[in-house]
Design a protein around this ligand. Sequence first.
Ligand code: AKB
Length: 336
Amino acid sequence: MRTPVVLVTGANGEIGQALIERLSDAGDIGVLAFDLNPLPDALAARCVATITGDILDERLLQRMVSEYAVQQVFHLAALLSTRAEYTPDAAHRVNVGGTLRLLALAAEQARRDAHAVRFIFPSSIAIYGLPDVATKAAAGRVAEGDYNAPTTMYGCNKLYCEHLGRYYMRHFGQLNARFEPSGVDFRALRFPGLISAVTVPSGGTSDFVPEMLHAAAAGSPYACFVPEEARLPFMAMPDAVDALLGLAAAPREALSQHVYNVGSFSESAASFRERVLRAFPDAEVTYAVDRARTGIVDTWPADVDDSPARRDWGWDPRYGVESAFSDYLLPQLRTA
Ligand code: AKB
C-alpha cells in the first residue's frame, strides 16, 4: 500500500516553507517535501517524509512513486529571474525540464490510481513583457492575455510551462486510438513579488523590497538596486499561501481559465522605502541603481487585473499594503 501524499517541490524555498506549515496544520493529507537541500528539522518534522535531491533524478523519482501515491502536487522548484539570466541553461533545465517531468509523473499517478491529480503551479508577473516604461504606465492593471512577451529566461520558462500544463490537462495523448484525458488537473497562479516576514528571497528581481525590509530590521545598510520610481505589484506571504490553497481547493467546474493573476498592492520603491524608514527610523536605505535589473522590472506590469480569480474561486487577499506592514511584517520582524 503506497502512502497518499501531497508533493511539495522546492520545499525549502520561501513559499515552500510557508506552505508546508499550513498544509501540515490542516492535516488533511501527509506532506512529502522534495528539495535540493535538506529541510530545517522543525519543518521536516511536519512532513511524512523528505527527499533531498534533484527533481530530474530519475532514480529518486522512481523510488518516490514506489513508496508514495502522489495525489496533489505543488510544484514550486525553480530558479528565479535574476539567477536564471546568469545561468540560462540550468534555469531551462530546472524550470522547464523539471516541470515537464513532474507533469508526466502526475499523469502516471492519475492513471495508476484512477483519480485526477491536482497540479498547482506558481507562475509569475515575469511572463509579461511590456515594451517600455510609457506603455507600462499607461497599461495599469494588465489582464492574463496582455503583453505575453517575456524578456527573461525565467519569464519564458514560466509562460511555456503554463502552456505545458494546459496541454497535459487537455491534449496529452490526443492521437491515441482511445483518447482519454490524462487526469492532470492543472492550475497556475501568476504571483507578484512576495514579501515574507520570516525568509529573504534569493535570485529574484523583485527582491529589492524584502531585502530592504529585512536589512532595516537587522540594522544593516541597504542599497536598493532599482530607482525610486520603479513600481511592481507585491503580496504578503500568507496571502500567497492562501492563493495556492484557495486555487487548489476550487471545484474544477468553477475555473474558467487555467492561469490566474493574483494581486494585493502595488507601490514604488520610494513608497516602500518611506514605509521601511517609518518603521525603522535609523535604517540606512540608499539607491545604487543596477540598470540591467531595472530594465527587467520595467518590463513587468505595475499592477495586475485579478478579477477572474476573484470571480471564479473567491480570491480576496487579507492584506493591503498598510495592513501587510502593520499586522504581519512589522510584528513578526520585531519579534524575530
Ligand atoms: C522574481 O523576481 O524572479 C520573482 C518573481 C516576480 O517571479 N520574485
